[in-house]
Write a protein that binds this ligand. Structure first.
Ligand code: UD1
Length: 457
C-alpha cells in the first residue's frame, strides 16, 4: 500500500484499513485551487472506469484465474472489488493497476445494500452471477444526483432469457434453471442494460440478439474481454449484438481501454485555461465528438496514434451541443463543455438528452460568475469574460471535475467540497493537474489551507 500512503499522505495498517478508508469516503478533504495558470505539458490517461466496472464483474464468470491490467485505482473500482471479495472472490493486486482475480471459491450470491449504495455499478454482478450461477440477489439501486436511473431494460433482458426476476425487501432476486437465448429489443439505448444482458447471455443456450444496443467503447471492451475468455460475441460497437452461448469461460489476461472521459476532461481543461496539453495513452477515435467541439470553438486539435494535443491560443467561440449515446457527444462530458462555453464569446446552448437532472452544478458555477439559464434539459449560456474563485461543492463525479476546471481558470482561490465524488472516477486528479502546472492541492485542515495560500501567494 506504499503508493496510497504516498498519494494521500496517510499510512494504512493493512488492505482492509485502506478499503474502509476508501469506502467511508473522504468528506473532510477539499481541493484548493488558485486559478490563472495555463495548463501546459503532457498527461497520461488511465484505464476506463466504466469499462473496468463491467470487466471486473465479468471476471467472476470463470473458475480460472483472470488477470486484468490498466484498472484505474479509483473509489468505484475499489468498492466493486470489495463487493466481490464479500462473496468469496479472491483478488490480488499485482501492482497499482493490475489485479489477479479468482472466483472459484464464491460462497454467496447476495450483494448487500452497502455496496450498491456506494456504487450503482455493483449491479453488473447481477448479470455476471446470473450468467454463471443462474441466480443472483443484488440490492436495488436508487436514483442519484443526476436523476432517476431505472433498470427496467436490464430486467426485461434477464426475463427474455428465461430468468425469473422479482424485487423483495429492496433486493432484485433473479434465478432460473436454464437461460435460453432470445431476441431482445432495448426500448432505450442503455450502456448498463446492454452490458448486463450481454453477461447473462454469454453462457445461455443458443443465440441472443440485442437490438438497439449501446455502442460505447466500453461495451466493445467488455465484449472483447468476454471473447478472450472464450465467449462468442459479435457486433459489439453496432446497434445489434449477437451472442452465441458457450458452455463455459476460461481464464485470460486482458488490458482495459483508456478512459475517454478522463481524456476529454483534460482536453477541456486545456481549452478553458488557454493551455497546450497533450493527453497520452488514448484512442483518438473515441474522442472524436469531443475533438470536433473543441475545433468548433477555435482550439487546435492534433491527433497522433495514441495521443491528442489541444492548444487554445485564440479566444474561444460559442457552439451548440446535445448529449447523445455514442458516437454522439457524451453526457459524461456535458458539465465540462458547459464550463468551457461559459467563458466563450457569444451564446451557446447545451441540451442534455440522456439524464433529466444533470445541470445541478450550474448553481455552483453561477457563484463563480457564470451567466447560464437552465430551462428543463437545456442550458442557455451567455459567455462571460472570466470566472472568479468561490467556495463550492461538487454535486457528482463529472460536474465536480468540471468545477475544478472552472477553478483552474478563475481569478483567485476556489475551494471545492465533497471531492469524494470526483475521486470515484479520477485517479490522482490533482497530481496530474499539478504536473501540467496547475496550482491545486488536496487539503484537509485549516492549517493546510493557510499553507496553500502562502504557497500560491
Ligand atoms: C453509464 C455510465 C454513465 C454514463 C451513462 C450514459 C457506467 C458505470 N456509467 O450509466 O457514466 O453517464 O452510461 O452514457 O458505465 N435507462 C432506462 N432503463 C434502463 C436503463 C437505462 O430507462 O433499464 C435510461 C436512463 O435513465 C438514461 C438512459 O437510459 O436516461 C441511459 O442510461 P444508461 O446508458 O443505462 O446509463 P448507465 O449504464 O446507468
Amino acid at each position: 500500500m506504499d503508493f496510497t500512503a504516498q498519494k494521500i499522505g496517510r499510512v494504512f495498517f493493512d488492505y482492509s484499513d485502506y478499503i474502509s478508508f476508501i469506502i467511508q469516503g473522504t468528506t473532510m478533504e477539499q481541493y484548493a485551487i488558485k486559478g490563472g495558470n495555463p495548463l501546459v505539458g503532457e498527461v497520461e490517461i488511465g484505464g476506463a472506469k466504466n469499462a473496468a466496472l463491467a470487466i471486473l464483474a465479468a471476471a467472476i464468470m470463470t473458475d480460472e484465474t483472470v488477470v486484468i491490467e490498466n484498472v484505474p485505482d479509483v473509489r468505484d473500482t475499489n468498492v466493486l472489488m470489495q463487493a466481490m471479495e464479500s462473496i468469496g472472490v479472491i483478488i490480488q493486486r499485482i501492482d497499482r493497476h493490475t489485479v489477479k482475480i479468482n472466483a472459484s471459491q464464491i460462497n454467496d450470491l447476495i450483494i448487500e445494500d452497502d455496496y450498491i449504495k456506494k456504487i450503482r455499478a455493483s449491479y453488473y454482478l447481477l448479470g455476471a452471477l446470473l450468467g454463471k450461477y443462474r441466480k443472483a440477489e443484488v440490492a436495488l439501486p436508487g436514483g442519484c444526483n443526476i436523476g432517476l436511473r431505472p433498470i427496467d431494460q436490464h430486467i426485461k433482458g434477464f426475463r427474455a432469457l428465461g430468468a425469473d426476476v422479482r424485487i423483495e425487501h429492496g433486493l432484485i432476486i433473479t434465478e432460473t434453471k436454464q437461460l435460453r437465448g432470445n431476441h431482445i429489443y432495448m426500448d432505450v439505448v442503455s450502456v448498463g442494460a446492454t452490458m448486463n444482458v450481454m453477461m447473462a447471455a454469454v453462457m445461455a443456450d443458443g443465440q441472443t440478439v440485442i437490438e438497439n444496443a449501446a455502442k460505447e467503447p466500453h461495451v466493445v471492451d467488455l465484449a472483447n474481454f468476454l471473447n478472450s475468455m472464450g465467449a462468442n460475441i459479435k457486433g459489439a460497437g453496432t446497434d445489434v449484438v449477437k451472442i452465441r452461448g458457450v458452455a463455459k469461460l476460461h481464464g485470460t489476461e486482458y488490458g482495459i481501454i483508456p478512459d475517454q472521459i478522463e481524456a476529454g476532461t483534460f482536453m477541456f481543461a486545456a481549452a478553458v485555461t488557454k493551455g497546450d496539453v497533450t493527453v497520452k495513452n488514448v484512442i483518438p477515435k473515441h474522442l472524436e465528438s469531443i475533438s470536433a467541439k473543441l475545433l468548433e470553438i477555435g482550439c487546435e486539435v492534433e491527433e497522433s496514434d495514441d495521443a491528442v494535443r489541444v492548444v487554445a491560443s485564440k479566444p474561444l467561440g460559442h457552439t451548440h451541443v446535445k448529449t447523445l449515446p455514442y458516437p454522439g457527444f457524451p453526457t459524461d462530458m456535458q458539465p465540462q463543455i458547459t464550463v468551457t462555453l461559459g467563458l466563450s464569446a457569444g451564446t451557446s446552448i447545451v441540451t442534455e438528452s440522456i439524464f433529466e437532472n444533470r445541470f445541478k452544478y450550474v448553481d455552483e458555477l453561477t457563484r463563480m460568475g457564470a451567466n447560464i439559464k437552465v430551462e428543463g434539459n437545456t442550458a442557455i449560456i451567455d459567455g462571460v469574460g472570466k470566472y472568479t474563485g468561490a467556495s463550492i461543492t461538487a454535486p457528482d463525479l463529472r460536474a465536480g471535475a468540471a468545477l475544478v476546471i472552472a477553478g483552474l481558470s478563475a481569478d483567485g482561490i476556489t475551494t471545492i467540497d465533497d471531492i469524494k465524488y470526483i475521486e470515484r472516477g479520477y485517479e490522482d486528479f490533482h497530481l496530474k493537474l499539478q504536473g501540467l502546472g496547475a496550482q491545486i492541492d488536496r487539503i484537509a485542515t485549516d492549517r493546510e489551507m493557510q499553507k496553500f495560500k502562502l504557497k500560491v501567494g
